[in-house]
Design a protein around this ligand. Structure first.
Ligand code: AMP
Ligand code: MG
Length: 494
């Protein structure tokens, strides 16, 4: 029954309809005193939602899970996953609920999910809740990633629940509403594959193909083409991360999407001083998910997907493995090509020459030796072309190394058909000036959590969601934190 006083999300719930067995129907916990903190208006409009209704107390009710929009079918999805290399056969949505799917104004199917809405059959020992700090962190960083042009889940709303959640201390509870082209993960495939239920894996693969890679249906070998398509989306995603200094922090297979979107902003962070070994996550003791390891970990995760597809790819197991490995042999090359493309664009190159790879590598080498800030170095290169060299030189402990590199770079840039001015303008469209700097994120979150003051959060959000246009008055967002002896650490948002 449609309730005329309720909001209508125009749900069309294909997952609930087509994938019985892959979820458990589940209700959200009641939030005692929900309050809407932030609503992403532009995204709400893209989803054809009633923004003005959602800005009233109804929004707080809906985004806390207290009231289901018309047509919602709340459910917790089942998935497995390799976490830090070890297989967990049953993870699943332990603190999230899929409400349903909306076709957005661009014709794209989008999941609407509540994160932090209470216990589900997959919660194990967890409380199913989320604390305000991590909810705002995910909101901020996912929206920053979107503005940077990186495929990602989005954040539609954040509410506080009026309840305390207990971590090391009592913290305000909150719920994030997450939007995603789907929540299918490599771990979703691993769930039934590990149980040897090939028919279920095939149903899932057919669903995933229809939803994300419909062209694969008509390929000679649809499942092999599906594998190649997921790999290609993920390879491009990780190359993009690398080009902006993003460290995901917990690249488990349950956090590796089939769509190729970034998901699960727990301990992620942007690198400041360039070093491939950079790790921020407090639980990543061995640096498995360090910046420089991300491409190799992606390949490892893709192999876990390949394993689940073996029975689908060919009736003969050996042949299936051979076919999948033949595909995978191209991945490293394809990653390098895409990475080189991203990095070339960052230094103003739009044509290709053999020397470009070494030119970029030698820049990265002097950045590492000179302890240069990743974001500012690339951003200030365009000023150097315009004749203002001081800002980029300042990034290096050893600026004369930079000078040597610069003369090589400028001689290469002269081979470009475009003028220096045009190259510089293009560089400013891919090298952000505003990223969610770790100290700024912490400052904004602690003001929000401790003082219930969102002004720093809102200012930071405005800066990082317009990351390429330098604006007077936002200088404090550009600089890295003063160097301290205590390394920055992030924690899983549980
Ligand atoms: P994540 O580290 O966020 O990718 O989560 C890994 C797994 O732990 C997923 O199955 C989550 O649903 C589950 N999980 C994380 N935090 C909680 C929590 N507070 N309560 C219940 N389950 C949780
Ligand atoms: Mg996860």
């Amino acid at each position: 029954m449609q309730d005329p006083d309720n909001v209508d999300f125009n749900f069309d719930n294909s997952f609930a309809r087509e994938l019985k067995g892959f979820f458990v129907p589940c209700e959200a916990s009641k939030a005692p005193k929900p309050s809407l903190l932030i609503l992403n208006q532009r995204l709400a409009e893209e989803l054809s939602l009633d923004v003005s209704a959602l800005q009233t107390s109804l929004g707080a009710e809906v985004f806390s899970g207290n009231r289901l929009p018309n047509g919602a079918i709340p459910l917790a999805q089942a998935y497995a996953g390799h976490q830090f290399g070890n297989f967990s056969p049953q993870l699943g949505d332990g603190r999230a609920l899929l409400l349903g799917e909306i076709i957005d104004t661009g014709g794209q199917r989008q999941d609407v999910q509540l994160k932090g809405s209470g216990r589900t059959p997959f919660s194990r020992n967890g409380d199913g809740k989320a604390a305000l700090g991590p909810v705002l962190r995910e909101y901020l960083i996912s929206e920053a990633m979107h503005a940077l042009g990186v495929p990602t889940t989005r954040s539609l709303a954040a509410v506080t629940t009026g309840e305390k959640v207990f971590r090391e201390t009592a913290l305000p509870g909150a719920v994030l509403t997450r939007i995603s082209t789907s929540h299918l993960r490599v771990g979703t495939f691993e769930f039934f594959a590990a149980q040897g239920k090939t028919d279920m894996v095939r149903r899932l693969a057919d669903y995933a193909i229809s939803r994300h890679y419909p062209i694969a249906h008509n390929a000679g070998n649809p499942y092999l083409t599906f594998f190649k398509s997921v790999a290609s989306a993920q390879i491009s995603l990780v190359a993009h991360w690398m080009s902006i200094g993003f460290i995901h922090g917990v690249m488990n297979t349950d956090n590796t999407t089939i769509s190729g979107q970034t998901i699960d902003y727990g301990p992620c962070a942007f690198m400041d001083t360039f070093s491939p070994k950079t790790v921020f996550s407090s639980i990543d003791l061995r640096g498995r998910y360090a910046y420089g390891n991300q491409p190799a970990i992606l390949m490892w995760n893709l192999m876990r997907l390949a394993e689940t597809l073996v029975p689908l790819v060919h009736v003969e197991k050996d042949r299936a493995i051979e076919l999948l490995i033949d595909e995978a042999k191209n991945f490293e090359r394809s990653y390098e090509d895409i990475w080189l493309q991203y990095m070339s664009t960052k230094i103003g190159l739009n044509t290709k020459e053999n020397r470009d790879f070494n030119l970029i590598q030698s820049l990265l080498k002097i950045m590492q030796e000179g302890e240069a800030d990743f974001t500012l170095t690339f951003r200030r290169l365009s000023d150097a072309i315009r004749g203002e060299k001081a800002a980029v030189r300042k990034q290096f402990n050893n600026p004369t190394e930079y000078d040597l590199w610069e003369s090589e770079w400028l001689s290469r840039l002269k081979q470009e058909p475009a003028s220096f001015e045009v190259c510089a303008a293009k560089m400013d469209k891919v090298n952000p000036i505003y990223i969610p700097r770790n100290h700024k994120v912490e400052e904004a979150l602690s003001m929000a959590v401790e003082n219930r003051n969102l002004s720093a959060f809102e200012n930071l959000l405005s800066a990082v969601t317009a990351p390429f246009v330098e604006v007077a008055g936002r200088e404090s967002f550009t600089e890295p934190a003063p160097k301290t002896s205590v390394p920055y650490q992030t924690f899983c948002g549980t």
